[in-house]
Ligand binder design. Structure first.
Ligand code: ATP
Length: 233
């Protein structure tokens, strides 16, 4: 289980997160909703060790990982698909995927490579193509595939739907569901509440850096007006 407890983060005088606590059960798919600037990316970046917490804790299966370097956090089993995908445009699809396995130096990663390729047929067909030649949806699949090459226990995914056509977004989320069914715990940040409610089993709403609502999918489905109000829709 991934557990975040009373996490606060500051950028200078801006408090981006205030006493945020969330739990993601092993094998679950949890979504964090929130408007622009609510602190969603900051939450994922702090779990990944890219941003330092002012106070609070992050624990994976009961072991504190707060303050560890990002590379060590990947090694402990948490991989991050960043907002904007962050794929390397001038490297091939294969090279991009292999970069995801950099923390596993010395291990045979070919079974994972084949497994990831099997999960993303559109990418498999473009194995030798350069990153920039891929469509937005394919780049997003590549970014997820790269994270999976770290053989994570937990996958963090930031705004996967950004800039993608609705039909492609549904494909990307269907893939996440497939990832979860392989036993990987998934935590997604999403502005598209309807979409998140379809796939997540538990959701949180962040507003101005605080958790203002949380509950299982069924509760959210009954409170769409409230969710919309929090998201400013
Ligand atoms: P978005 O959907 O726009 O990415 P978000 O919910 O992910 O929004 P964050 O990006 O986490 O929100 O930002 C939370 C708050 O922290 C905002 O007020 C933002 O302006 C501020 N912030 C984020 N990154 C930095 C930074 N590097 N330096 C200063 N302030 C920052």
């Amino acid at each position: 289980m991934l557990e975040v407890k009373d996490l606060s983060v500051r950028y200078g005088s801006v408090e981006a997160l205030h006493d945020v606590s969330i739990k993601v059960e092993t094998g679950g798919l949890v979504a964090i909703l929130g408007a622009n600037g609510a602190g969603k990316s900051t939450l994922l970046r702090t779990i990944s060790g890219i941003v330092k917490a002012a106070s609070g804790n992050v624990a994976l299966d009961g072991t504190a990982i707060t303050g560890l370097r990002p590379e060590e956090i990947v090694r402990r089993g948490i991989a991050h698909v960043p907002e904007g995908r962050g794929i390397l445009p001038d490297f091939t699809v294969r090279e991009n995927l292999m970069i995801g396995a950099y923390v596993r130096r010395g291990q045979d990663v070919s079974p994972d490579y084949r497994r990831v390729m099997g999960m993303f047929p559109a990418i498999e067909r473009r194995e030798r193509k350069l990153g920039y030649t891929l469509s937005g949806g394919e780049q997003q699949m590549l970014a997820i595939g790269r994270a999976l090459m770290a053989a994570p226990q937990v996958l963090l995914a930031d705004e996967l739907s950004l800039g993608l056509a609705p039909i492609i977004v549904r494909q990307v989320f269907a893939t996440l569901d497939q990832v979860r069914r392989t036993g990987v715990t998934v935590l997604v940040v999403e502005q598209n509440a309807r979409l998140a409610m379809k796939f997540a089993d538990y959701l949180y709403v962040l507003k101005y850096g605080r958790v203002v609502m949380e509950g299982p999918r069924e509760t959210f489905a009954k409170s769409t007006d409230l969710v919309d109000a929090y998201l400013g829709a």
